[in-house]
Design a protein around this ligand. Structure first.
Ligand code: ADP
Ligand code: MG
Length: 313
């Protein structure tokens, strides 16, 4: 296996819709089918770049929560274990799709793949723990919600479990990921934003929280020295006045512009907000390029022909 130090490093963060499209039930066959579109592009790009793939896990964790709440016969698993389960589940789906696509594109057996169970350290004093804000899992009626053993929040759809979403402090496996990239592996990691852990002395303990996958990806990108950071989702990029008649998608915005649009509330917290924040943090900390784009346009975005690019001032 050759060292690939000469290639630039590309990180693609795949949004939930790379796996389950709007209106789909989320059958595994659907998820595997949906993955072909981004993975085909990523395989093309892997000729030119060393590649890291991260991914969301919202609907998958939601389904696991619903499954375990529908059954009294086995012990309930804490959230951190469910996140670990989705890393294995989705990591496997991405790996097998990659494998098929590498073969279809005529790659020999010289390309190596690995998916890593990844922990992400959070700060136990993160204010997010005092004000859990991230709704996850199934929707409950008000009556059912009142009987649940965890806090819930009223959302547009109904009551949902609410958990803390602390900021990622560091990716525990950053050295391993860097080494694997250097050796030519395509690495799938930090699924669902990573398994949230706090440091206690020399050990790590899992906590009941979820980490935003875009912010975790930005942290990973900084820590392993990624050159190009692509955030792939179900819209063409970041828009001003999103959903309004005067909505306008941006092709470029400077870090300063992005920060002021964020402050003005153009990018919703919990969806486009963390993507823009992730792109800003990456560029501020010395990253070369950060683009928010659609799943369909990953390759075009890398080439500078699609998406919203956040650029240095
Ligand atoms: P992912 O699963 O890819 O992380 P999210 O649902 O978290 O996807 O974020 C993408 C969504 O962000 C889009 O589907 C869109 O509805 C929403 N969004 C909120 N504000 C904006 C904006 N200003 N421009 C574009 N999309 C926005
Ligand atoms: Mg999201």
């Amino acid at each position: 296996m050759e060292a690939e130090a000469t290639k630039e490093i590309l990180l693609v963060a795949l949004g939930g819709n790379a796996l389950i499209g709007k209106g789909q039930a989320g059958e595994v066959t659907e998820q595997l089918d949906n993955l072909k579109l981004p993975i085909r592009q990523i395989v093309h790009l892997s000729r030119e770049y060393s590649v890291i793939i991260t991914h969301g896990n919202g609907p998958q964790v939601g389904n696991l929560l619903l499954q375990q709440e529908s059954c009294e016969d086995v012990p309930r698993l804490p959230l951190e274990i469910l996140v670990a389960q989705t890393q294995g589940w989705i990591g496997y789906m991405i790996e097998s799709t990659l494998d098929n696509e590498l073969m279809a594109q005529g790659w020999d057996s010289e390309t190596y793949l690995v998916s890593l169970i990844s922990y992400v350290v959070v700060d136990e004093n993160d204010p997010a723990f005092l004000h859990p804000s991230k709704p996850i899992g199934p929707v409950y009626s008000e009556e059912k919600a009142a009987l649940l053993p965890f806090p819930t929040v009223k959302t547009a759809k109904g009551y949902r479990r609410v958990v803390a979403s602390p900021r990622p402090v560091t990716i525990v496996e950053k050295r391993e990921i860097k080494k694997l990239i250097g050796q030519g592996f395509i690495v799938v990691c930090c699924g669902g934003g990573g398994i949230p852990v706090v440091r206690e002395g020399r050990t790590f303990n899992g906590v009941d929280a979820v980490i935003d996958k875009d912010l975790a990806s930005a942290k990973l990108a900084e820590e392993v020295g990624v050159d190009v950071f692509i955030i792939a989702t179900d819209v063409a990029g970041a828009a001003l006045n999103y959903g309004q008649p005067d909505e306008r998608y941006l092709r470029r915005m400077s870090v300063t512009e992005a920060v002021s649009h964020l402050a003005a509330g153009h990018f919703h917290p919990g969806s486009m907000g963390p993507k823009v924040e992730a792109a800003v943090e990456f560029i501020r900390r010395g990253g070369k390029r950060a683009v928010i784009t659609s799943i369909e346009a990953i390759e075009q975005a890398v080439k500078g022909r699609a998406g919203t690019e956040v650029v240095r001032d």
